[in-house]
Design a protein around this ligand. Structure first.
Ligand code: PLP
Length: 372
């Protein structure tokens, strides 16, 4: 079987993890500090707080920005379901907005349509590693006094101009599940621009306890910051993440090459649309390779044919507002999300995918499309 995704772990990662296992400190130790420092430096943002998952990061970011009951948070309808779940988990209401046909991201226009007096925040997701229009969204947010949580879980290393994704939000979230560009097994991180936000995040991560005593002149933390979670990330995971981050240029370049290869192999097939391979002013960080099927192609049947050839596929994403947990809350049509959602097909895509494997996928896809 050619898997859908697969982490790229070298002897360097194995050595770093093993080294931690030989120490007495498996959590809250030097690897946590080192990973956080490396994340902050890579993004040219002053603070990074490592957490147990991207979802935990989203929840903590919302709480840090004092978002809760009575507040609305605008999220894309076409995205991973965690963005809506996290909003509900802090007691706020997710409000869905449609996405751009090409980038599959929120746009200032789509967000503007759903702003109400209760709106407090926008969760801007860089879906599939293509950066959203953070400049336009920031202008809109400023005009309406909203904060932006930048969800860069799928886009580590992507760029808008010369700034990396994750540098634009009031707080920004990363996720390191094993299908991501870099992994910690499970894990995530939140980037923050101010020390007070970083401290709040550290407290929330660790049952409300401060990591170190607050400087005497720091303001009292408002609300219920003393009620926290256990959202810590172990030093074992951080060691893995630190070495993965050291290798990120190599990883992203191989993924770009793999995307370009798919582009060449699949170009010209009538019944499918390929993802944009390059867009002006931005650098894509290749997370997944998702094609769109032409109207009328039976996706289930196609996936069965591919699976019979040993090619794993997935369907990303069913629009959140149409999924069972959420469909009862939203009555607004989302034409782009609803049109694209049923037509997506994610092909095997990972850092070490070989040219032969990609050729096999392309051949199998061509044949499956003929058989349909
Ligand atoms: C855009 C986005 N946000 C949030 C998450 C949640 O991250 P995690 O699975 O680490 O909780 C993901 C995970 O895939 C994601 O893609």
């Amino acid at each position: 079987m050619i898997p859908l995704s697969s982490p790229d772990i070298t002897e360097a990662e194995i050595a770093a993890v093993t080294a931690v296992l030989r120490t007495p400190q498996l959590c809250m130790g030097p690897e946590l500090d080192a990973f956080e420092k490396a994340m902050a430096e890579y993004h040219s943002v002053p603070h990074a707080v490592a957490v147990s998952s991207g979802t935990a990061g989203l929840q903590m970011a919302l709480l840090t920005l004092a978002i809760g009951a009575g507040h609305e948070v605008i999220v894309p309808s076409f995205a991973f379901i965690a963005v809506a779940n996290a909003v509900a988990q802090v007691g706020a209401t997710p409000v869905f907005a449609d996405v751009d046909e090409l980038t599959l991201n929120l746009t200032p226009e789509s967000v503007k349509k759903v702003i109400t007096p209760r709106t407090r925040a926008i969760i801007a997701v860089h879906t599939f590693g293509i950066p959203a229009d953070m400049i336009g969204l920031r202008e809109l947010a400023s005009a309406h006094n909203l904060v932006i949580i930048e969800d860069a879980c799928e886009a580590i290393g992507a760029k808008i101009g010369d700034k990396r994704a994750g540098a634009f939000g009031d707080l920004s979230i990363f996720g390191f599940y094993p299908n991501k560009q870099i992994t910690t097994g499970e894990g995530g991180a939140v980037l923050a621009h101010s020390q007070i936000h970083a401290q709040r995040l550290e407290q929330l991560r660790n049952q409300g306890r401060a990591r170190q005593p607050h400087p005497a002149n720091s303001p009292d933390l408002p609300g219920t910051w003393d009620i926290g979670f256990n959202y810590r990330l172990s030093d074992i995971a951080c060691a893995l993440g630190r070495v993965q981050l050291q290798r990120i240029d190599e990883i992203l370049s191989k993924r770009r090459q793999a995307a370009e290869r798919y582009h060449r192999l699949l170009e010209g097939i009538n019944a499918i649309e390929l993802p944009p391979i390059a867009l002006p002013g931005i650098e894509i960080s290749w997370f997944v390779y998702v094609i769109r099927l032409g109207v009328g192609v039976d996706r289930t049947r196609l996936r069965e044919c591919l699976a019979a050839d040993g090619v794993a596929t997935a369907t990303y994403f069913e629009p959140i507002h149409q999924q069972p947990a959420w469909s009862r809350f939203n009555r607004q049509p989302m034409p782009v999300a609803e049109s694209v959602g049923p037509r997506t097909l994610a092909l095997p895509f990972f850092t070490r995918i070989t040219e032969e494997e990609q050729q096999e996928v392309a051949t199998s896809l061509r044949q499956a499309l003929l058989q349909r």
